[in-house]
Design a protein around this ligand. Sequence first.
Ligand code: SAM
Ligand code: SF4
Length: 351
Amino acid sequence: MKRGFFLLEFDELAEILSSAGFRAFRAKQVWEGVYKKKIFSFSEITNLPADLRKFLSDNFEIKTALPQRKRTSLDDTGKYLFELSDGYFIESVLLEAPEGEGDELRKTLCISTQVGCAQGCRFCASTMRGFKRNLDSSEIVSQLLPFVKNGEFEFENIVVMGMGEPLANFENVVKALYIIKDRFGFGARRITLSTCGIADKLKELAEMKFPFRLAISLHGASNDVREKIMPVNKRFPLEVLLPAAKAFAKSNGRMITLEYILIDKVNDSFSDAKLLSDIANSLHAHVNLIPYNRVEGLDWKRPSSDRRKAFFNALKSKGVSCTLRREKGSDIEAACGQLALIAERQKLENM
Ligand SMILES: C[S@@+](CC[C@H](N)C(=O)[O-])C[C@H]1O[C@@H](n2cnc3c(N)ncnc32)[C@H](O)[C@@H]1O
Ligand code: SF4
């Protein structure tokens, strides 16, 4: 069986090539071909001799999860569905959005870390079919590969906000992010990991001085509300999660983002806004308000536009740094996990 190329360290590659009789400088050429020039087919690294290209193709593989379907909506949101080698589907979303209010448009790639999700958040399509498996670090990295133009990545930012809970697949996700940062030279401040709040893993990240940005899916500013919509809150209630978030912020030095989906009559009252302001201010965190994206089979609704604005203004009046996100890609089932779910259903129907 061929080995995944991304799983190789440089020294290991150098050793393998030298044992196979290739000259010492070849390892560096291979490394640069893949990670600097971003050529993902060994046969196309043309400065290598033919016998080395053949050796690489025979022994290693760069898994490119090839898009099965690409759909583009009117607002520049592109959703890419990838079929993995064992037939499961994952998805990546390329979206164009400003980083903050009034900023230029930037392309952001959203990647997945698991097939399905075990966390059971009540508003989320990714978890509706339960958890299937973790992605390995090579499958996580390979979601970037189709988005290269003229030797450069097409996107400026990466968010780990697709299907799955990254901190429940800790080692593979951490390894993948370091490959993206150290080998491809993609800046840590341009990568954001989003978690539903696995507090013990947050502490571990704080201890290892994890350099990437962090978003926490809060969605409830009291244990009562959070417990209703996020089962993870039973394991890690706010009094455990918030100190872990604080420890992370201290070690990381960058502002944390709190993601907050606005759901009608669930978490959108003025008292929710007050509690959320207190949490955001105590963590010096930015709040990203997201209108709930409808998921087929779930009863939730997003609040009216006036109510969303009132919630936003209530946070602003407490001095919270805050953005109210325009819903992106709702016309292409952008609510997380939905496209993969639909593809899976269609596959089952066709069997
Ligand atoms: C799919 S999760 C993946 C990352 C991680 N598991 C987490 O919960 O942060 C990424 C973001 O999508 C949000 N999300 C899930 N379902 C949504 C929906 N129906 N509408 C809007 N946002 C949703 C999540 O709450 C989270 O903030
Ligand atoms: S919101 Fe995140 S943690 Fe919750 S079910 Fe969806 S993917 Fe999993």
